[in-house]
Design a protein around this ligand. Sequence first.
Ligand SMILES: Nc1ncnc2c1ncn2[C@@H]1O[C@H](COP(=O)(O)OP(=O)(O)O)[C@@H](O)[C@H]1O
Ligand SMILES: [Mg+2]
Length: 463
Amino acid sequence: MKSLYLRIVITTIFVMILSFIISFVGSNLYYQHLLKPYNDQKITAMAKSISTFYGQNPELDPESYFSHVGELGYQMYLVQAPEQGSFYGAPFRETELSDEVVQSVIRGEEYHGVSKFTTGPFVTGFFDNALINTVGVPLQAAGQDYALFVRPNVGVLFGELRIFFAVLVVLSVLLSILFVVISTRYIVDPIVKLTEATKMLAQGKYGIRLEVKRRDEIGKLAGTFMQMAKSLQQLDQMRQEFVSNVSHEIQSPLASIQGFSHTLQSANLTEEQKKRYLAIIESESRRMSQLGKQLLMLASLDKEESILDKRMFDVSDQIRQVMFMLEWSWREKELAVELDLPPACIAGDDKLLQQVWINLATNSIKYTEPGGTISIRLRQTEAECRVDIEDTGIGIAESDLPYIFNRFYRADRARDRKEGSSGLGLAITHKIVDLHHGRIEAVSELGKGTTFRITLPSPLTKH
Ligand SMILES: Nc1ncnc2c1ncn2[C@@H]1O[C@H](COP(=O)(O)OP(=O)(O)O)[C@@H](O)[C@H]1O
Ligand SMILES: [Mg+2]
């Protein structure tokens, strides 16, 4: 089967046919076991009343009486001795009946051919126009014993009803096939649209509009698909932005290196100027190399397989060491450093976490005016280990705060460029904390200072 459409149509029709067959068999069984005896009883009662009426009115001409009854919708066989009988009403298709039966009925017994008549499990037996498919009752008239075999003439009694049911069945079958053919379109159409949308997405067209009003599974699928398209679009934008950012970050130091080396070659420069230009070239290349390192680090952190090299260690020690390592820079800026670091063991990748403290501390040092204070506080509870890094620096504007963890984001581009910053530090920090299932939050007020709070899960066992 080629299409879902065809598949649904064929399956539904198959199900319809199957249920028709099953219900046909079921209703036949119902007829055979419950309705047939009842039907036999009914016919017996009719036969008896035909017979009694004739017995009580012997003056009736049998010929006209039985023809009359036959016209009312009965088929009859009146017999006095085997092979000597007459038929009334519509003719029987099969007139076979054993002599034994005829004789036993003449003797006064009843014959219940309808309930005994079997043609397999099917109700069609009811319609079988055969002499054995009758009810036989004894009949006495003018001192003579007869046997009267009766069955209703199905054609006369149920003729219209049969046509009515046949029309009903055929019409409902045809209509259901028609409706299945039409309604399946309604089910399949959104899937076709979804497939087209997928193709568009694969070609990089993100402006996909899908009907999402339906509240069923397909409606939900369309909704999720639109969401996916949206986030793919964002991802694509981010990627483009990232590439253009990287190129820009590489372009500007390269331009300045080019410019200064050109100047160094051409003009007559004093020894002093040469030294200054060379120093600029050196610092720009250092900046580029730093940028390269940071990008490599981000790339390796982005890789899903970047598994942490976890071990137990004392963070308080690590932070103290970092501050010691950076001492020359905060001393140079005449910053006060306050450390409140009780021992706290955590399980983590110590090399990566060291990068976190270095990034945050260098930021604090960089963005705090001389004379300011940096305080680092550590608190550990059963569940987590919390480090606050607070400075009395320039602070971050509320409008910048949501973006500081974005790659290449710098609150003050012009100023930061001179300071040799890339805007990658906090992105790396955020990523590392994420990988440790921790959190990082920043609280800041412009002109007053900034606090970064890192929360890392505590190890189950504490030393
Ligand atoms: N302690 C801080 N005080 C004020 N601003 C900060 C502080 N830390 C970060 N920022 C702001 O967040 C931006 C992003 O920081 P970061 O990712 O470390 O980049 P970089 O330090 O390379 O500029 C910085 O450019 C700065 O504007
Ligand atoms: Mg930084």
